[in-house]
Design a protein around this ligand. Structure first.
Ligand code: DQA
Length: 151
C-alpha cells in the first residue's frame, strides 16, 4: 500500500494575519490569503499535503504542534514574535523534532539584520533548520527542504 503524500502543517504566529498591510517595506505587500495560495501551489508542485493556519494565540500554536506529533505531520512554522521569548512554543517544537519529524523555522525578514531583540530565537536550537530573509519564498524554500528530506 502506498504511504500517501508527505503531510505538513504550515503555521504562522501573531500579527502575520495582517500581512499585506503590516510594515509592507519589511514583510511585503502580499496578504495572508496570498501566502496560503502560494503555499498550496508550492505543495502541489512538490507533492505535499499541506494544511495552512495562522493564529495570534500562543495556545493555538502549542496545540497545533501537539497535533503534528499526534498525526505524524512535519511542520513549517513562522513563530513571529514568539520566536524570541516563548519557551512554551520551544518546548512544543522540541516534541515535534523529538518525535523524528521535521520542524523548519521560517522568517519573512532576516531577524539578524534588525533590532537586537530579534537576533535571539528560543526555537532555533530545537528546529531541524531555519530559513529567513527571503520574503514569502522562505516558506517555499522550507517546503522544498521538507519534500527532499521527508520524501
Ligand atoms: C518574523 C520576524 C519576527 O521578529 C517578527 O516578530 C514577526 C515576523 C518574520 O517573519 O520575519 O512577527 O517572524
Amino acid at each position: 500500500m502506498s504511504p500517501g503524500p508527505t503531510r505538513v502543517l504550515v503555521l504562522s504566529g501573531p500579527n502575520l494575519g495582517r500581512l499585506g498591510s503590516r510594515e509592507p517595506d519589511v514583510y511585503g505587500s502580499t496578504d495572508h490569503d496570498g501566502l496560503v495560495r502560494l503555499v498550496h501551489a508550492t505543495a502541489e508542485q512538490l507533492g505535499l499535503d499541506v494544511d495552512v493556519r495562522q493564529s495570534d494565540d500562543e495556545a493555538d500554536l502549542v496545540h497545533w504542534l501537539h497535533e503534528a506529533v499526534d498525526t505524524g505531520r512535519h511542520v513549517v512554522v513562522n513563530p513571529a514574535a514568539f520566536t524570541h521569548y516563548s519557551y512554551a512554543l520551544r518546548d512544543a517544537a522540541a516534541l515535534v523534532t523529538g518525535a523524528g519529524l521535521l520542524l523548519v523555522e521560517v522568517h519573512i525578514s532576516n531577524p539578524h539584520g534588525r533590532e537586537a531583540f530579534r537576533r535571539h530565537s528560543v526555537v532555533s536550537p530545537v528546529a531541524s533548520g531555519v530559513v529567513a530573509g527571503f520574503g514569502l519564498d522562505s516558506y517555499t524554500l522550507a517546503l522544498q527542504a521538507v519534500a527532499r528530506r521527508a520524501g
